[in-house]
Design a protein around this ligand. Structure first.
Ligand SMILES: Cc1cc2nc3c(=O)[nH]c(=O)nc-3n(C[C@H](O)[C@H](O)[C@H](O)COP(=O)(O)OP(=O)(O)OC[C@H]3O[C@@H](n4cnc5c(N)ncnc54)[C@H](O)[C@@H]3O)c2cc1C
Ligand code: SF4
Length: 523
């Protein structure tokens, strides 16, 4: 049957969320002839709708439903109601993302084995051999049009990159480039080349940056096998007496509730909403929430070890011009415990506009130190630090029964304590980041605390054994054969690299698995 599908149609695959994981999975399944209903809590915004104003754009696209925080991380103090920066819109956070698209290093698939025991860390190897991912990574890079892969050229460096590269070379770093970016360096895939207009976080008006919103989603819809219902917020996943999931309850834009039947349900709401939905779907049969026999749903929340370094120079840099994040130093991404921590980190160029800079440079800061820093905005360069953080069982998403969302459901609480390994790695990265800028004449340097989490990972992690995690190597929940997790919450460990390329590669791989299992009538 062609889209649109009936609520009573129990032959469809229902996918919750249309971001990097859900949006790609929906298109991949639709291309294979599988009927898909995608339910997306947010509205549909396309390049012509994007707003070139940081806070207005944030208000248009960000997930702003009630959330609470706890733990010793700075974010709980600085942004207590906003633990994460996640988008609520068709295309998910791929509208806001910067496009950095890196493969994991081989050893990062096997962190427990490589790093050995780390006190307080709940490390586990991914149940995937790195070689199994090679072809899927290539498919993901081709889909996203990643520069410096295939025959795609790198992007040109902007001023922010030129300062960064000069500092890196002065320090003796060797692996510095404009990186692998899901941004067209030449027109590709019916999308324009990057025009270097900047402010990529606010959505790319040229479509040069890949987003599921204007690639995978419309292509899936064009097959007639995919129906995307926007402003459809899933409240609960239903199951039958045998424990199989049977459909989902959702609220439409007017708040009216509907039950969409399903043969298979795939959860791709990002790493806070996905576990929250499983927990909010508790029933007599599954009192601790769906797929939670291990007790691991919501646990091992990771957000990458992050921070930023900004620096002021004598002359203008105008870092905001050109791509937001096309610049990377990879020398520190290796695993080298002689630095005092396991795992590694990347340094990536980053530019914020003045409104965001005022909010993020020194949250709560004031006085001359702060105002003179902002006065120097034109002469600033900036970089972001992103490294592997340790999964901890106690870092977790739980239901906060004291705070309710607009549907009367308990809000998620995000608890996060930095692990000593995260702290040691951040201090090392701050030192190196400041040294990069000081090597080329910075007059002031600003190590800057983490922003609300953009890389939200773990919380429904993959494991070989059902007791250690929530899903198997295909993202299929250990407990319920027709319930899948299809987003970054599957991550067993976080690796040092920005996660989206891996989320996309896993979604392509999962589509192969689901279609094959459906064909064999296994699910
Ligand atoms: C500013 C910024 C810059 C970034 N830059 C990079 C980068 O350079 N490289 C990189 O790799 N990553 C980057 N990221 C991270 C990247 O965007 C995310 O890791 C990725 O999009 C996560 O994919 P996902 O499928 O897990 O979730 P998302 O893409 O967030 O999609 C989840 C979707 O599910 C929907 N949803 C949630 N709950 C429900 C529900 N109950 N019912 C219906 N729908 C629901 C949401 O509305 C959302 O649309 C960046 C993120 C931000 C915010
Ligand atoms: S700099 Fe390039 S990728 Fe970024 S928003 Fe502009 S055109 Fe798009």
């Amino acid at each position: 049957m062609a889209a649109p599908f009936e609520l009573s149609d129990d032959s469809v695959v229902v996918i919750i969320g249309t971001g990097a994981g859900g949006g790609v999975l929906a298109n991949e399944l639709a291309q294979k002839g599988v009927s898909v209903v995608s339910l997306e809590a947010g509205g549909r915004y396309l390049p012509e709708d994007y707003i070139n104003d940081e806070w207005e754009s944030f208000g248009q696209l960000a997930w702003l439903d009630a959330r609470t925080t706890s733990g010793d991380w700075r974010v709980a103090n600085d942004f207590s109601g906003l633990p994460a920066w996640i988008v609520k819109a068709v295309g998910g956070t791929t509208t806001h993302w910067a496009g950095a698209s890196l493969r994991f290093q081989d050893h990062e698939w096997k962190a427990a084995t490589t790093y050995g025991p780390v006190q307080g860390a709940n490390l586990l190897d991914w149940p995937i051999d790195p070689r199994e991912m090679d072809d899927y990574y290539t498919k993901a890079e081709n889909k996203l049009g990643v520069t410096r892969t295939g025959d795609r050229a790198g992007l040109p460096g902007n001023n922010n990159y030129k300062v960064f590269e000069a500092g890196a070379k002065a320090l003796g770093y060797e692996e510095v480039s404009t990186g692998r970016m899901a941004i067209n360096s030449a027109s590709n895939d019916d999308r324009a080349a990057c025009q270097q207009t900047g402010f990529c976080f606010q959505g790319c008006k040229w479509g040069a940056k890949w987003s599921a919103a204007y690639t995978d989603i419309p292509r899936g819809e064009a097959t007639g096998n995919l129906e995307v219902r926007e402003r459809a917020h899933v409240l609960k996943i239903e199951h039958d007496d045998s424990g199989k999931v049977t459909g989902v309850l959702y609220a439409d834009a007017d708040g009216n509730q509907h039950l969409q039947k399903a043969r298979i349900v795939c959860v791709a709401g990002n790493s806070i909403e996905s576990p929250r939905l499983l927990l909010n779907s508790a029933s007599n049969m599954f009192p601790e929430g769906l797929a939670n026999s291990s007790g691991q749903v919501g646990r091992n929340y990771m957000r990458h070890m992050t921070g930023s370094v900004y620096a002021v120079f004598d002359k203008p840099v105008k870092m905001w011009r050109g791509t937001t994040m096309a610049g990377i130093i990879q020398d520190e991404a290796r695993h080298d415990p002689s630095r005092g921590f396991v795992g590694g980190y990347e340094l990536e160029t980053l530019a914020l506009g003045l409104p965001f800079m005022a909010a993020f440079l020194d949250p709560g800061g004031w006085g001359r130190e702060f105002t003179t820093a902002l006065d120097s905005y034109e002469n600033m360069a900036g970089m972001w630090i992103v490294g592997e953080d340790m999964p901890q069982e106690t870092n977790r998403i739980t239901l906060n029964h004291d705070v309710k969302d607009q549907y009367g459901l308990p809000a998620p609480n995000v608890h996060f304590d930095d692990h000593p390994n995260d702290v040691a790695m951040r201090n090392h990265a701050y030192k190196q980041g400041m040294a990069v800028y000081e090597a080329v004449g910075a007059t002031r340097v600003f190590p800057t605390p983490p922003y609300p989490s953009t890389h939200n990972l773990g919380t429904n992690r993959m494991s070989e054994n059902s007791r250690d995690g929530v899903v198997n190597k295909h993202g299929q929940t250990h407990d319920i054969a027709n319930l899948f997790i299809s987003d970054g919450s599957q991550f067993t460990t976080g690796a040092a690299e920005n996660p989206t390329l891996t989320i996309v590669a896993l979604a392509i791989r999962q589509a192969d698995f689901i279609a094959a299992e459906m064909g064999k009538n296994n699910i």
